[in-house]
Design a protein around this ligand. Structure first.
Ligand SMILES: Cc1cc2nc3c(=O)[nH]c(=O)nc-3n(C[C@H](O)[C@H](O)[C@H](O)COP(=O)(O)O)c2cc1C
Length: 303
């Protein structure tokens, strides 16, 4: 059985989980490779008996580039795929939205696995509520999932579909209609626009390379940014000179309110046995969002 894992990962969490899933699969099946989403050869996909697709949760769903990738897939009738994701406090409806669009391509989704993970959004404090994840236990669980989904893939190929899973129900309080409301167009309207500070930009190209939708061109005059944009803000996190700027004040001020919700979601998840605390939520420092921490580090380096 030929197996492929397709992975989109910016800060490495999903990639790490993908590697453990691969190890679990390899306990059962000899051939399993991992490829980055950007490097997928669409024409080769029908050669695989089992495909895993993994990504972070962005705004309660799959990132926009992953959504476009699924839309561009050829018909892959009766192929078996599985889904995995990493996320902070609120996973949202990602497995439902991905399953629905994969099924339009004839794909059968046979298994799902989610993992709590650290997050570094510029306007949120860091450490955050899920810092420390994925830890060894999370990664062992990912490996066990890999083994299980490989067994299931083999059983389904042999005609036994009894192992096929459904995505876990979404707790009511998680997604107060937000997942549906937050489209990419909506995000572009509500998020503050980014700009490149040409005085500090050293034209290293890191932001261009990091942009998952090729939305940045620093050599054009004026430099092109957010064209297109999926509001992942990874460009801000990778810029070595903190030259991608915006006014985060509005979002920073919303952080305590949002975190109250995330905290409750995690307490509920803990009660369901789905989450373990690896940090003390009392230590969250709302006065110190991630983008300010990065600026401070840069200034300390200069001194
Ligand atoms: C733009 C953006 C939006 C995010 N939205 C959510 C979210 O809605 N729910 C959640 O639990 N985590 C959210 N996260 C956290 C990521 O899902 C988490 O950090 C993930 O592990 C990152 O994966 P990676 O390291 O593979 O890039 C978001 C992160 C970013 C950058």
């Amino acid at each position: 059985m030929k197996t492929l894992i397709i992975c989109f990962s910016q800060t490495g969490n999903t990639r790490k989980v993908a590697e453990y899933i691969r190890d679990g699969i390899k306990d059962e099946i000899e051939f399993c490779e991992i490829t980055d989403l950007a490097g997928v050869d669409m024409k080769q996909l029908d050669q695989y008996d089992l495909v895993g697709l993994g990504c972070p949760v962005f705004y309660y769903k799959e990132p926009e580039n992953v959504r476009s990738f699924i839309e561009e897939l050829p018909d892959l009738n009766d192929k078996n795929w599985f889904l995995f994701c990493t996320h902070g406090s609120v996973m949202g409806v990602i497995f439902y939205t991905m399953k629905e669009s994969l099924e339009k391509k004839g794909i059968r989704v046979i298994g799902y696995h989610d993992t709590y993970a650290d997050g570094t959004l510029p306007f949120y404090p860091h450490p955050t509520l899920t810092t420390g994840h994925p830890d060894d236990q999370d990664l062992q669980e990912a490996q066990a999932f890999g083994k299980k989904v490989a067994q299931c893939g083999r059983a389904v190929s042999d005609g036994d579909t009894s192992c096929i899973e459904k995505p876990a129900p979404v707790p009511e309080e998680w997604v107060p209609g937000e997942a549906e409301m937050i489209t990419n167009d909506f995000l572009l309207q509500v998020m503050p626009p980014l700009s490149i500070n040409s005085e500090t930009c050293v034209q290293c190209g890191d932001c261009q390379d990091a942009c998952p939708v090729n939305g940045i061109d620093i050599e054009s005059d004026p430099p092109k940014i957010q064209d297109p944009c999926i509001c992942c803000f990874h460009c801000i996190n990778v810029c070595p000179t903190c030259s991608i700027e915006t006014d985060w004040a509005g979002y920073e001020s919303l952080a305590p309110e949002n975190y109250a919700r995330y905290l409750q979601a995690l307490k509920d998840a803990e009660a369901r046995g789905e989450f373990r605390w690896l940090m003390d939520p009392e230590t969250i420092n709302f006065n110190d969002p991630y983008y300010k921490q990065r600026k401070r580090k840069l200034e300390n380096k200069k001194e």
